[in-house]
Write a protein that binds this ligand. Structure first.
Ligand code: SF4
Length: 480
């Protein structure tokens, strides 16, 4: 059996312009690794939309050769937006060889699914492993058109992802690699769509494996920059301690970016030392709102003064750390006056390196209810009245709803979002989110936070070159 797993790495709009992605998804390499360990000749193809189509098809067809059992798979992004383009590619490949098609991601296919043989929904490499071993999968059948497998909701049957990079993947030192410390978050914020939220028994990555992953990434490919994919890194100390222990064993100093809960950090100030020890140099805070009326309702804590004190302390004591704060506009209990008041404080005191915001969206029609937030599932309970459809993605099978609550509506909240986002953009040091910043920094290390605002064109040039080099090396490797 032969298997190719393609990763979906698109361009990302930012405030500065289009950012070309240089962060390969770890999930694809995790799947390939599992397949390899089961004796399958499997390969990942990253950046597939950047490949010249003829070369891509030639590489895939050559790799499959005359093997009687060939599978091609797409590990889709969370919105499933690349599935149509993948379908068109598959049609062309099928003219050369009788390949079977497997999809993985958080959404099922919508519309015509006759071209798909098998799909895995959500995190389910345990099911993929059972499938490779020929086990009975009846208990995991989610739907049958196409045949789709899914794990039971909220039960962690997976392991955290850490994949030792291999020679045939031709990584560049200018790429960012994703790691995961643990699965599960003990909190249950009402707006959160993380599938393993409300889980008190986190499943941790193996320490030796994580050390080997990071050290090999550096030794073989010169990679020093990493994303922590965990939805929160500091809900318990153990994740930070584990990462700190690993970092102490490495022969180089890594540079990591992760999601940190500000209110937890404020209540557990000793965590700042753990964060430093873990080499987390960029922090993404999902602050959502400073107002106490709101934080109680969304099940996040922290008084506004305390949260601001924590930010001021980081600013003063760790000016080298990049801090990004994200806010949700339209949450029940908030008001425009408070939003403006706290935004002015953030700007006047330069409490964050960068900040941004988005309007609360209420999603409906997600077949995978596990990734729906409690607000999506029961808007009324949280003070929202659904008043119509705001946006519809028929090709993806879901929509977002217009809503009204105690103080605003989705339309009005959208107006405040535009203002606030622009205000932060113009008045804080950096124009990037934490992820954007980490991407550019890995491509162009050594600039100041503010200097990166001008560095996007140079990033894109370097990223284009590294992807061209990757395509040249990977295609030669697959064609043989
Ligand atoms: S928003 Fe963060 S802290 Fe809250 S439940 Fe989700 S992952 Fe946990």
């Amino acid at each position: 059996m032969k298997l190719i797993v393609m990763s979906d790495l698109g361009a990302k709009p930012t405030r500065v312009g289009t950012l070309l992605n240089n962060n390969r998804p770890a999930g694809v390499h995790h799947i390939v690794n599992i397949a390899n360990n089961h004796g399958v000749d499997a390969e990942a193809i990253d950046y597939w939309k950047d490949w010249p189509e003829e070369l891509l098809i030639e590489s895939i067809v050559s790799f499959f050769g005359d093997d009687p059992t060939c599978w091609i798979s797409l590990s889709g992004s969370i919105d499933g937006s690349s599935t149509e383009a993948f379908k068109e590619l598959v049609v062309k490949i099928k003219k050369h060889c009788p390949v079977k098609v497997m999809l993985g991601g958080y959404r099922v296919t919508v519309g015509d699914s006759s071209w798909v043989d098998l799909a895995f929904m959500g995190r389910c490499t345990n099911i993929f492993t059972d499938w490779l071993e020929g086990k009975d999968l009846d208990q995991y059948v989610h739907s049958t058109n196409p045949l789709t497998y899914k794990n039971p909701d909220k039960i962690i049957r997976e392991t955290a992802v850490s994949v030792v990079p291999k020679d045939g993947d031709f990584w560049s030192p200018r790429e960012t690699m994703s790691l995961e410390m643990a699965l599960g978050c003990k909190f249950n914020c009402s707006f959160c769509g993380y599938d393993y939220r409300g889980n008190k028994n986190s499943v941790f990555v193996d320490k030796e494996l994580l050390t080997e992953t990071m050290q090999t990434a550096y030794d073989k490919f010169g990679i020093k920059h990493f994303y922590l994919a965990d939805d929160t890194m500091n809900e318990i100390d153990d994740k930070l301690e584990l990462l700190g222990d690993v970092c102490e064993d490495l022969t180089f100093e890594p540079d990591l970016m992760g999601f940190i809960r500000l209110d937890v950090l404020g209540g557990q100030p000793h965590q700042m030392e753990l964060i430093k020890r873990a080499n987390i140099k960029s922090m993404f805070f999902g602050i959502e709102s400073f107002s106490t009326n709101v934080t109680k309702l969304i099940r996040k804590g922290g008084k506004p003064e305390k949260n601001m004190d924590t930010l001021a302390k980081i600013r003063d004591e760790h000016p080298d750390i990049f801090t990004y704060g994200n806010f949700i506009i339209g949450l029940t209990g908030d008001c425009e006056k408070d939003i403006r008041y706290y935004a002015e404080k953030v700007v006047n005191e330069q409490l964050l390196t960068s900040a941004g915001c988005n309007t609360l969206r209420l999603y409906q029609g997600l077949d995978n209810t596990e990734i729906m937030s409690d607000i999506d599932l029961n808007p009324k309970k949280f003070g929202y009245e659904v008043i119509g459809t705001d946006r519809n993605w028929p090709e993806l099978g879901y929509s977002s709803q217009s809503w009204a609550n105690d103080w605003t509506s989705s339309t009005e909240a959208g107006r405040i979002t535009s203002w606030l986002d622009d205000y932060y953009d113009k008045n804080l040091q950096s124009r990037y989110t934490g992820h954007e910043f980490q991407s550019i920094k890995s491509c162009l290390p050594g600039l100041s936070h503010a200097e990166y605002n001008m560095a996007l064109p140079a990033h894109n040039v370097r990223r284009t070159k590294l992807v061209q080099k990757y395509i040249k090396q990977k295609s030669a490797y697959l064609i043989g």
